[in-house]
Design a protein around this ligand. Structure first.
Ligand code: AMP
Length: 505
Protein backbone atom coordinates (compact mmCIF):
# COMPACT_ATOMS: atom_id res chain seq x y z
CA UNK A 1 0.00 0.00 0.00
CA UNK A 2 1.23 3.51 -0.82
CA UNK A 3 2.28 5.56 2.17
CA UNK A 4 -0.45 7.93 3.35
CA UNK A 5 -0.24 11.70 3.14
CA UNK A 6 0.11 12.93 6.70
CA UNK A 7 -1.31 16.14 8.17
CA UNK A 8 1.12 18.42 10.01
CA UNK A 9 0.28 21.33 12.27
CA UNK A 10 3.56 23.25 12.19
CA UNK A 11 2.98 25.43 15.22
CA UNK A 12 4.87 28.38 16.63
CA UNK A 13 5.52 26.65 19.93
CA UNK A 14 4.44 23.08 19.30
CA UNK A 15 3.87 20.92 16.27
CA UNK A 16 1.68 17.88 15.92
CA UNK A 17 0.92 15.36 13.18
CA UNK A 18 -2.01 13.10 12.39
CA UNK A 19 -2.96 10.56 9.79
CA UNK A 20 -6.08 8.76 8.63
CA UNK A 21 -5.73 5.03 9.09
CA UNK A 22 -6.85 2.25 6.80
CA UNK A 23 -10.24 2.02 8.44
CA UNK A 24 -10.81 5.73 7.91
CA UNK A 25 -10.13 6.68 11.52
CA UNK A 26 -8.00 9.74 12.31
CA UNK A 27 -5.16 9.25 14.72
CA UNK A 28 -2.58 11.59 16.16
CA UNK A 29 0.96 10.38 15.76
CA UNK A 30 2.49 9.78 19.20
CA UNK A 31 5.84 11.35 19.89
CA UNK A 32 7.18 10.53 23.32
CA UNK A 33 5.57 8.72 26.20
CA UNK A 34 2.07 9.09 24.79
CA UNK A 35 2.51 12.80 24.13
CA UNK A 36 1.51 13.99 20.68
CA UNK A 37 3.32 17.29 20.72
CA UNK A 38 6.75 17.99 19.28
CA UNK A 39 8.07 21.33 20.57
CA UNK A 40 9.01 23.52 17.57
CA UNK A 41 12.45 24.09 19.00
CA UNK A 42 15.85 23.54 17.38
CA UNK A 43 19.16 23.87 19.21
CA UNK A 44 22.84 23.19 18.88
CA UNK A 45 24.51 22.13 22.11
CA UNK A 46 28.04 22.84 23.37
CA UNK A 47 29.42 19.85 21.48
CA UNK A 48 27.90 21.00 18.22
CA UNK A 49 25.14 18.39 18.25
CA UNK A 50 21.79 19.34 16.82
CA UNK A 51 18.76 18.83 19.05
CA UNK A 52 15.15 19.02 17.93
CA UNK A 53 11.86 18.93 19.80
CA UNK A 54 11.74 17.85 23.42
CA UNK A 55 15.54 17.52 23.73
CA UNK A 56 16.01 21.05 22.43
CA UNK A 57 13.32 22.50 24.69
CA UNK A 58 14.69 20.77 27.78
CA UNK A 59 18.12 22.39 27.51
CA UNK A 60 16.84 25.85 26.55
CA UNK A 61 17.54 27.35 29.98
CA UNK A 62 21.18 26.33 29.89
CA UNK A 63 21.75 27.26 26.29
CA UNK A 64 19.51 30.23 25.50
CA UNK A 65 21.68 31.72 22.77
CA UNK A 66 21.67 28.58 20.62
CA UNK A 67 18.08 27.48 21.15
CA UNK A 68 15.70 28.61 18.47
CA UNK A 69 12.03 28.81 19.41
CA UNK A 70 9.03 30.75 18.06
CA UNK A 71 10.90 31.12 14.77
CA UNK A 72 7.66 30.72 12.85
CA UNK A 73 7.03 34.36 13.65
CA UNK A 74 10.05 35.25 11.55
CA UNK A 75 9.63 32.90 8.62
CA UNK A 76 9.28 34.66 5.28
CA UNK A 77 9.80 38.09 6.84
CA UNK A 78 12.08 40.77 5.45
CA UNK A 79 14.90 41.57 7.88
CA UNK A 80 14.07 45.23 7.87
CA UNK A 81 10.56 45.02 9.24
CA UNK A 82 8.80 45.92 12.42
CA UNK A 83 8.08 42.27 13.12
CA UNK A 84 11.74 41.31 13.05
CA UNK A 85 12.66 44.32 15.17
CA UNK A 86 10.11 43.27 17.81
CA UNK A 87 11.31 39.68 17.78
CA UNK A 88 14.88 40.76 18.27
CA UNK A 89 13.86 42.31 21.58
CA UNK A 90 11.93 39.21 22.66
CA UNK A 91 14.33 36.36 21.94
CA UNK A 92 17.85 35.65 23.21
CA UNK A 93 19.16 34.09 19.99
CA UNK A 94 20.85 36.20 17.35
CA UNK A 95 19.23 37.43 14.15
CA UNK A 96 21.12 38.73 11.14
CA UNK A 97 20.38 39.88 7.62
CA UNK A 98 21.19 37.63 4.68
CA UNK A 99 22.34 38.77 1.26
CA UNK A 100 18.75 39.02 -0.02
CA UNK A 101 17.32 41.04 2.84
CA UNK A 102 15.90 37.98 4.59
CA UNK A 103 16.57 36.84 8.15
CA UNK A 104 19.11 34.26 9.24
CA UNK A 105 19.54 32.91 12.74
CA UNK A 106 22.79 32.35 14.55
CA UNK A 107 22.96 28.85 15.96
CA UNK A 108 26.18 27.35 17.24
CA UNK A 109 28.97 28.30 14.89
CA UNK A 110 26.79 28.72 11.84
CA UNK A 111 23.76 30.56 10.60
CA UNK A 112 20.51 28.99 9.41
CA UNK A 113 17.67 30.31 7.32
CA UNK A 114 14.18 30.18 8.73
CA UNK A 115 13.22 27.59 6.14
CA UNK A 116 16.11 25.43 7.34
CA UNK A 117 14.89 25.66 10.92
CA UNK A 118 11.32 24.78 9.90
CA UNK A 119 12.78 21.93 7.82
CA UNK A 120 14.45 20.45 10.92
CA UNK A 121 11.13 20.43 12.78
CA UNK A 122 9.36 18.93 9.77
CA UNK A 123 12.09 16.29 9.47
CA UNK A 124 11.61 15.35 13.11
CA UNK A 125 7.87 14.99 12.64
CA UNK A 126 8.38 12.94 9.51
CA UNK A 127 10.86 10.64 11.27
CA UNK A 128 8.50 10.12 14.19
CA UNK A 129 5.65 9.37 11.76
CA UNK A 130 7.78 6.95 9.77
CA UNK A 131 8.76 5.08 12.85
CA UNK A 132 5.20 4.91 14.07
CA UNK A 133 3.67 3.91 10.75
CA UNK A 134 6.56 1.68 9.57
CA UNK A 135 6.37 3.37 6.20
CA UNK A 136 8.44 5.96 4.36
CA UNK A 137 6.54 9.24 4.43
CA UNK A 138 7.17 11.69 1.63
CA UNK A 139 3.97 13.72 1.36
CA UNK A 140 2.17 16.02 3.78
CA UNK A 141 -0.52 18.63 4.10
CA UNK A 142 0.88 21.41 6.28
CA UNK A 143 -1.14 24.09 8.00
CA UNK A 144 -0.16 27.73 8.36
CA UNK A 145 -1.86 30.67 10.07
CA UNK A 146 -4.57 32.16 7.86
CA UNK A 147 -2.73 35.42 8.28
CA UNK A 148 0.45 34.14 6.58
CA UNK A 149 1.54 36.15 3.56
CA UNK A 150 2.50 34.66 0.23
CA UNK A 151 6.18 34.84 1.16
CA UNK A 152 5.64 33.01 4.39
CA UNK A 153 3.77 30.25 2.58
CA UNK A 154 6.59 29.99 0.04
CA UNK A 155 9.11 29.69 2.86
CA UNK A 156 7.17 26.76 4.38
CA UNK A 157 7.07 25.02 0.99
CA UNK A 158 10.80 25.57 0.76
CA UNK A 159 11.24 23.91 4.16
CA UNK A 160 9.56 20.80 2.74
CA UNK A 161 11.81 20.85 -0.33
CA UNK A 162 14.94 21.01 1.80
CA UNK A 163 14.16 17.63 3.33
CA UNK A 164 12.49 16.01 0.32
CA UNK A 165 9.03 16.15 1.87
CA UNK A 166 6.48 17.13 -0.69
CA UNK A 167 4.01 19.56 0.83
CA UNK A 168 1.10 18.66 -1.38
CA UNK A 169 -1.09 21.39 0.03
CA UNK A 170 -0.83 24.24 2.46
CA UNK A 171 -4.10 24.96 4.25
CA UNK A 172 -5.02 27.55 6.81
CA UNK A 173 -5.09 26.57 10.46
CA UNK A 174 -8.62 27.81 11.23
CA UNK A 175 -9.96 26.10 8.13
CA UNK A 176 -8.25 22.93 9.23
CA UNK A 177 -9.84 23.16 12.69
CA UNK A 178 -13.23 23.59 11.02
CA UNK A 179 -12.59 20.37 9.08
CA UNK A 180 -11.84 18.54 12.32
CA UNK A 181 -15.14 19.80 13.66
CA UNK A 182 -17.35 19.22 10.67
CA UNK A 183 -15.90 16.83 8.05
CA UNK A 184 -18.23 13.97 7.22
CA UNK A 185 -20.97 15.19 9.59
CA UNK A 186 -23.38 16.66 7.05
CA UNK A 187 -23.54 19.95 8.92
CA UNK A 188 -25.09 23.19 7.76
CA UNK A 189 -23.62 25.72 10.16
CA UNK A 190 -21.77 28.96 10.40
CA UNK A 191 -18.84 28.74 12.75
CA UNK A 192 -16.21 31.08 14.09
CA UNK A 193 -12.78 29.62 14.68
CA UNK A 194 -10.88 31.55 17.33
CA UNK A 195 -7.29 30.33 17.27
CA UNK A 196 -4.99 31.79 19.90
CA UNK A 197 -1.77 29.80 19.92
CA UNK A 198 1.73 30.37 21.20
CA UNK A 199 2.65 33.10 18.77
CA UNK A 200 -0.22 34.04 16.54
CA UNK A 201 -3.88 34.83 16.61
CA UNK A 202 -6.18 33.84 13.78
CA UNK A 203 -9.88 34.05 13.38
CA UNK A 204 -12.09 32.86 10.55
CA UNK A 205 -15.79 32.83 9.88
CA UNK A 206 -16.57 29.64 8.02
CA UNK A 207 -19.77 28.42 6.49
CA UNK A 208 -20.07 24.65 6.45
CA UNK A 209 -22.44 23.17 3.89
CA UNK A 210 -21.96 19.44 4.22
CA UNK A 211 -18.64 18.78 2.47
CA UNK A 212 -18.05 22.39 1.44
CA UNK A 213 -16.11 24.59 3.84
CA UNK A 214 -16.33 28.17 2.72
CA UNK A 215 -14.31 30.83 4.50
CA UNK A 216 -16.32 34.04 4.50
CA UNK A 217 -13.70 36.22 6.14
CA UNK A 218 -10.48 35.87 8.01
CA UNK A 219 -8.18 38.04 10.06
CA UNK A 220 -5.65 37.93 12.80
CA UNK A 221 -2.53 39.29 14.32
CA UNK A 222 0.79 37.67 13.59
CA UNK A 223 2.11 39.16 16.79
CA UNK A 224 -0.36 38.10 19.36
CA UNK A 225 -0.13 34.81 21.16
CA UNK A 226 0.73 32.98 24.36
CA UNK A 227 4.26 34.36 24.50
CA UNK A 228 2.85 37.86 24.80
CA UNK A 229 0.88 36.72 27.84
CA UNK A 230 4.07 35.27 29.32
CA UNK A 231 5.81 38.50 28.50
CA UNK A 232 3.20 40.55 30.40
CA UNK A 233 3.95 38.44 33.50
CA UNK A 234 7.71 38.79 33.01
CA UNK A 235 7.51 42.57 32.62
CA UNK A 236 5.51 42.82 35.82
CA UNK A 237 8.09 40.74 37.71
CA UNK A 238 11.04 42.63 36.19
CA UNK A 239 9.51 45.98 37.16
CA UNK A 240 9.02 44.79 40.72
CA UNK A 241 12.61 43.51 40.90
CA UNK A 242 14.00 46.72 39.49
CA UNK A 243 12.01 48.81 41.96
CA UNK A 244 13.11 46.70 44.88
CA UNK A 245 16.77 46.06 44.05
CA UNK A 246 17.61 48.58 41.32
CA UNK A 247 18.80 45.74 39.10
CA UNK A 248 17.79 45.24 35.48
CA UNK A 249 17.56 41.51 34.73
CA UNK A 250 16.82 41.91 31.04
CA UNK A 251 20.52 41.81 30.18
CA UNK A 252 20.95 38.36 31.75
CA UNK A 253 19.78 35.72 29.23
CA UNK A 254 19.87 32.85 31.73
CA UNK A 255 17.74 34.74 34.28
CA UNK A 256 15.36 35.73 31.48
CA UNK A 257 15.02 32.14 30.31
CA UNK A 258 14.29 30.92 33.84
CA UNK A 259 11.60 33.56 34.19
CA UNK A 260 10.16 32.77 30.82
CA UNK A 261 9.62 29.15 31.75
CA UNK A 262 8.14 30.02 35.12
CA UNK A 263 5.91 32.74 33.65
CA UNK A 264 4.41 30.23 31.23
CA UNK A 265 3.88 27.66 33.95
CA UNK A 266 2.28 30.26 36.22
CA UNK A 267 -0.03 31.40 33.46
CA UNK A 268 -1.10 27.84 32.66
CA UNK A 269 -1.64 27.07 36.37
CA UNK A 270 -3.86 30.11 36.67
CA UNK A 271 -6.21 28.69 34.05
CA UNK A 272 -7.09 25.97 36.55
CA UNK A 273 -6.28 27.63 39.89
CA UNK A 274 -6.80 31.04 41.40
CA UNK A 275 -3.31 31.56 42.82
CA UNK A 276 0.22 30.55 41.96
CA UNK A 277 3.57 31.33 43.58
CA UNK A 278 6.38 32.85 41.52
CA UNK A 279 9.77 32.02 42.99
CA UNK A 280 13.10 32.25 41.20
CA UNK A 281 15.94 31.59 43.64
CA UNK A 282 19.43 33.06 43.16
CA UNK A 283 18.49 35.11 40.16
CA UNK A 284 21.14 37.81 40.66
CA UNK A 285 23.74 39.13 43.08
CA UNK A 286 23.42 42.32 45.09
CA UNK A 287 26.30 44.83 44.89
CA UNK A 288 27.33 43.46 48.29
CA UNK A 289 27.60 39.95 46.82
CA UNK A 290 24.40 38.64 48.41
CA UNK A 291 22.30 36.26 46.28
CA UNK A 292 18.92 37.76 45.38
CA UNK A 293 15.70 35.82 44.82
CA UNK A 294 12.39 36.61 43.23
CA UNK A 295 9.66 35.70 45.66
CA UNK A 296 6.26 36.79 44.65
CA UNK A 297 2.87 35.36 43.74
CA UNK A 298 0.18 35.83 41.14
CA UNK A 299 -3.54 35.43 41.39
CA UNK A 300 -5.91 35.13 38.50
CA UNK A 301 -7.19 38.68 38.92
CA UNK A 302 -3.67 40.09 38.56
CA UNK A 303 -2.97 37.96 35.50
CA UNK A 304 -6.24 39.16 33.99
CA UNK A 305 -5.42 42.77 34.73
CA UNK A 306 -2.03 42.40 33.02
CA UNK A 307 -3.32 40.56 29.98
CA UNK A 308 -6.87 41.76 29.36
CA UNK A 309 -5.63 44.32 26.79
CA UNK A 310 -4.28 41.35 24.80
CA UNK A 311 -7.60 39.50 25.00
CA UNK A 312 -9.44 42.69 24.05
CA UNK A 313 -7.26 42.99 20.96
CA UNK A 314 -8.41 39.52 19.88
CA UNK A 315 -12.05 40.44 20.51
CA UNK A 316 -11.72 43.60 18.39
CA UNK A 317 -10.31 41.48 15.55
CA UNK A 318 -13.18 38.99 15.89
CA UNK A 319 -15.64 41.88 15.60
CA UNK A 320 -13.86 43.16 12.49
CA UNK A 321 -13.85 39.76 10.84
CA UNK A 322 -17.52 39.23 11.67
CA UNK A 323 -18.30 42.57 10.04
CA UNK A 324 -16.23 41.61 6.98
CA UNK A 325 -18.20 38.37 6.70
CA UNK A 326 -21.44 40.40 6.73
CA UNK A 327 -22.72 38.41 9.68
CA UNK A 328 -23.41 39.30 13.27
CA UNK A 329 -22.85 37.34 16.45
CA UNK A 330 -26.39 35.91 16.42
CA UNK A 331 -25.84 34.32 12.99
CA UNK A 332 -23.04 32.14 14.38
CA UNK A 333 -24.01 28.59 15.35
CA UNK A 334 -20.80 27.63 17.13
CA UNK A 335 -17.56 29.23 18.25
CA UNK A 336 -14.63 26.81 18.24
CA UNK A 337 -11.64 27.62 20.40
CA UNK A 338 -8.29 26.43 19.16
CA UNK A 339 -4.73 26.97 20.40
CA UNK A 340 -3.42 26.50 23.92
CA UNK A 341 -3.92 30.11 25.01
CA UNK A 342 -7.67 29.87 24.34
CA UNK A 343 -7.88 27.77 27.51
CA UNK A 344 -7.54 30.92 29.58
CA UNK A 345 -10.85 31.48 31.42
CA UNK A 346 -10.85 35.19 30.53
CA UNK A 347 -10.79 34.33 26.83
CA UNK A 348 -13.74 32.00 27.25
CA UNK A 349 -15.68 34.62 29.24
CA UNK A 350 -15.13 37.35 26.68
CA UNK A 351 -16.09 35.07 23.82
CA UNK A 352 -19.23 33.91 25.65
CA UNK A 353 -20.18 37.54 26.25
CA UNK A 354 -19.68 38.52 22.62
CA UNK A 355 -21.64 35.61 21.17
CA UNK A 356 -24.20 35.21 23.93
CA UNK A 357 -23.30 31.54 24.38
CA UNK A 358 -20.37 29.51 25.65
CA UNK A 359 -17.82 28.30 23.10
CA UNK A 360 -18.20 24.80 21.65
CA UNK A 361 -16.46 21.82 23.18
CA UNK A 362 -16.55 20.14 19.77
CA UNK A 363 -12.82 20.22 19.07
CA UNK A 364 -9.67 19.68 21.09
CA UNK A 365 -7.74 22.97 21.17
CA UNK A 366 -4.31 21.36 20.67
CA UNK A 367 -5.26 18.62 18.26
CA UNK A 368 -7.95 20.01 15.95
CA UNK A 369 -5.58 21.60 13.45
CA UNK A 370 -3.50 18.44 12.91
CA UNK A 371 -6.65 16.32 12.71
CA UNK A 372 -8.19 18.61 10.11
CA UNK A 373 -4.96 18.51 8.10
CA UNK A 374 -4.97 14.70 8.19
CA UNK A 375 -8.60 14.59 7.05
CA UNK A 376 -7.82 16.94 4.21
CA UNK A 377 -4.72 14.93 3.32
CA UNK A 378 -6.89 11.82 3.21
CA UNK A 379 -9.39 13.52 0.91
CA UNK A 380 -6.53 14.18 -1.54
CA UNK A 381 -5.59 10.49 -1.77
CA UNK A 382 -6.55 8.69 -4.91
CA UNK A 383 -9.95 6.95 -4.55
CA UNK A 384 -10.57 8.60 -1.20
CA UNK A 385 -14.12 8.12 0.06
CA UNK A 386 -13.86 11.48 1.83
CA UNK A 387 -14.73 14.38 -0.40
CA UNK A 388 -14.03 17.86 0.90
CA UNK A 389 -14.02 21.19 -0.79
CA UNK A 390 -12.28 24.18 0.75
CA UNK A 391 -13.14 27.66 -0.43
CA UNK A 392 -10.64 29.92 1.25
CA UNK A 393 -9.71 33.59 1.02
CA UNK A 394 -6.57 35.71 1.08
CA UNK A 395 -5.99 37.33 4.47
CA UNK A 396 -4.57 40.65 3.27
CA UNK A 397 -4.78 42.59 0.05
CA UNK A 398 -2.20 41.92 -2.68
CA UNK A 399 -1.30 44.74 -5.02
CA UNK A 400 1.35 46.77 -6.73
CA UNK A 401 3.11 50.02 -6.05
CA UNK A 402 2.18 53.00 -8.14
CA UNK A 403 4.79 55.60 -9.16
CA UNK A 404 3.67 57.88 -6.32
CA UNK A 405 4.11 55.11 -3.75
CA UNK A 406 0.41 54.43 -3.28
CA UNK A 407 -0.90 50.86 -3.23
CA UNK A 408 -2.94 49.64 -6.18
CA UNK A 409 -4.97 46.73 -4.83
CA UNK A 410 -5.25 43.80 -7.22
CA UNK A 411 -6.90 41.34 -4.82
CA UNK A 412 -8.71 42.86 -1.85
CA UNK A 413 -8.57 41.29 1.58
CA UNK A 414 -10.87 38.26 1.83
CA UNK A 415 -10.88 37.75 -1.96
CA UNK A 416 -11.74 34.10 -2.63
CA UNK A 417 -8.96 31.79 -3.82
CA UNK A 418 -8.00 30.41 -6.28
CA UNK A 419 -8.25 33.69 -8.11
CA UNK A 420 -6.75 35.44 -11.12
CA UNK A 421 -6.70 39.08 -12.18
CA UNK A 422 -5.33 40.88 -15.16
CA UNK A 423 -3.70 44.29 -14.89
CA UNK A 424 -2.86 46.37 -17.95
CA UNK A 425 0.48 48.11 -18.00
CA UNK A 426 2.45 50.09 -20.47
CA UNK A 427 5.83 51.74 -20.99
CA UNK A 428 6.50 55.16 -19.53
CA UNK A 429 9.24 56.26 -21.93
CA UNK A 430 10.25 55.65 -25.54
CA UNK A 431 12.42 52.61 -26.17
CA UNK A 432 11.64 51.02 -22.80
CA UNK A 433 12.28 47.26 -22.89
CA UNK A 434 11.78 46.34 -19.28
CA UNK A 435 8.93 46.78 -16.86
CA UNK A 436 9.56 46.53 -13.15
CA UNK A 437 6.64 45.84 -10.85
CA UNK A 438 6.89 45.80 -7.11
CA UNK A 439 4.30 43.67 -5.33
CA UNK A 440 3.16 44.11 -1.76
CA UNK A 441 0.75 42.39 0.58
CA UNK A 442 -1.06 44.16 3.37
CA UNK A 443 -3.90 46.48 4.21
CA UNK A 444 -2.15 49.88 4.21
CA UNK A 445 -2.89 52.51 1.56
CA UNK A 446 0.86 53.25 1.17
CA UNK A 447 2.56 50.36 -0.61
CA UNK A 448 5.74 50.64 1.45
CA UNK A 449 3.86 50.15 4.73
CA UNK A 450 2.89 46.66 3.61
CA UNK A 451 5.07 43.62 3.25
CA UNK A 452 7.16 43.28 0.13
CA UNK A 453 6.39 40.10 -1.81
CA UNK A 454 8.90 40.74 -4.52
CA UNK A 455 10.12 42.68 -7.48
CA UNK A 456 8.99 41.30 -10.79
CA UNK A 457 10.89 42.24 -13.90
CA UNK A 458 9.27 41.77 -17.28
CA UNK A 459 11.92 42.06 -19.95
CA UNK A 460 12.12 41.81 -23.72
CA UNK A 461 9.37 44.33 -24.48
CA UNK A 462 9.25 45.50 -28.08
CA UNK A 463 10.84 48.91 -28.38
CA UNK A 464 8.37 51.64 -29.22
CA UNK A 465 6.94 54.99 -28.31
CA UNK A 466 6.00 55.82 -24.76
CA UNK A 467 2.76 54.05 -23.91
CA UNK A 468 2.80 52.01 -27.11
CA UNK A 469 3.50 48.56 -25.69
CA UNK A 470 0.43 47.06 -24.08
CA UNK A 471 1.37 44.51 -21.47
CA UNK A 472 -1.06 42.28 -19.65
CA UNK A 473 0.13 41.20 -16.27
CA UNK A 474 -1.67 38.14 -15.01
CA UNK A 475 -1.77 37.65 -11.25
CA UNK A 476 -2.62 34.16 -10.11
CA UNK A 477 -3.22 33.18 -6.51
CA UNK A 478 -3.56 29.43 -6.17
CA UNK A 479 -5.64 27.44 -3.66
CA UNK A 480 -2.77 27.71 -1.19
CA UNK A 481 -2.68 31.49 -1.28
CA UNK A 482 0.56 31.50 -3.26
CA UNK A 483 1.02 34.13 -5.94
CA UNK A 484 2.54 33.65 -9.37
CA UNK A 485 2.73 36.29 -12.05
CA UNK A 486 3.28 36.28 -15.75
CA UNK A 487 2.91 38.84 -18.48
CA UNK A 488 2.13 38.86 -22.13
CA UNK A 489 2.37 41.30 -24.96
CA UNK A 490 -1.22 42.10 -25.79
CA UNK A 491 -0.62 42.68 -29.50
CA UNK A 492 1.26 39.44 -30.15
CA UNK A 493 -0.05 37.33 -27.27
CA UNK A 494 3.58 36.42 -26.64
CA UNK A 495 4.66 35.63 -23.12
CA UNK A 496 7.17 38.07 -21.66
CA UNK A 497 10.11 36.79 -19.69
CA UNK A 498 9.52 37.23 -15.98
CA UNK A 499 12.14 37.29 -13.29
CA UNK A 500 11.13 37.36 -9.68
CA UNK A 501 13.42 38.58 -7.03
CA UNK A 502 11.74 37.43 -3.88
CA UNK A 503 14.01 37.11 -0.93
CA UNK A 504 13.55 33.72 0.64
CA UNK A 505 14.20 33.15 4.26
P1 AMP B 1 -0.22 26.27 20.72
O1 AMP B 1 0.62 27.16 19.82
O2 AMP B 1 -1.60 26.11 20.29
O3 AMP B 1 0.46 25.00 21.11
O4 AMP B 1 -0.38 27.10 22.08
C1 AMP B 1 0.63 27.19 22.99
C2 AMP B 1 0.34 28.36 23.91
O5 AMP B 1 -0.78 28.06 24.72
C3 AMP B 1 1.51 28.60 24.83
O6 AMP B 1 1.73 30.00 24.93
C4 AMP B 1 1.01 28.04 26.13
O7 AMP B 1 1.59 28.70 27.24
C5 AMP B 1 -0.47 28.31 26.07
N1 AMP B 1 -1.26 27.42 26.93
C6 AMP B 1 -1.26 26.07 26.95
N2 AMP B 1 -2.11 25.60 27.87
C7 AMP B 1 -2.66 26.69 28.47
C8 AMP B 1 -3.61 26.87 29.52
N3 AMP B 1 -4.17 25.83 30.16
N4 AMP B 1 -3.95 28.14 29.86
C9 AMP B 1 -3.39 29.21 29.23
N5 AMP B 1 -2.49 29.09 28.25
C10 AMP B 1 -2.13 27.86 27.87
Amino acid sequence: MAAPIIGIDLGTTNSCAAVVGEAGEVKLIPYKGGDFIVPSVVAVDGRGRELIGQEAKRQAQLNPLNTIYASKRLIGRPYRSEVVEKMRRLVPYGLAEDAHGGVVLKVGKSTRTLSEIAARVLAKIRDVAQEHLHQAIDRAVVTVPAYFTDRQRQAVKEAGRIIGLSIVRIINEPTSAALAYGAGKKLHERVVIYDLGGGTFDVSVIEIRDRIFEVRATGGDMFLGGIDFDDAIIRHVLDGFRRKHGIDLTTDPVAMQRMKDLAERTKIDLSARREAPFHVPFVAMSPQGQPLNIETAFDRALLERLTSPLVDRTIAIVEDVLAASELTAVDIDEVLLVGGQSRMPLVQEKIAKLFGKPPSKGVHPDEAVAIGAALYAHSLEENSPLRLQLLDVIPMAIGLERADGSFHVVFPRNAPIPNAKVVQATTSYAGQTELAVRIWQGDHARAGENELLGDFLFSGLRKGRKGEAQVEIIFDVNVEGILTMRAQDQATGKAIKTTIRVTQS
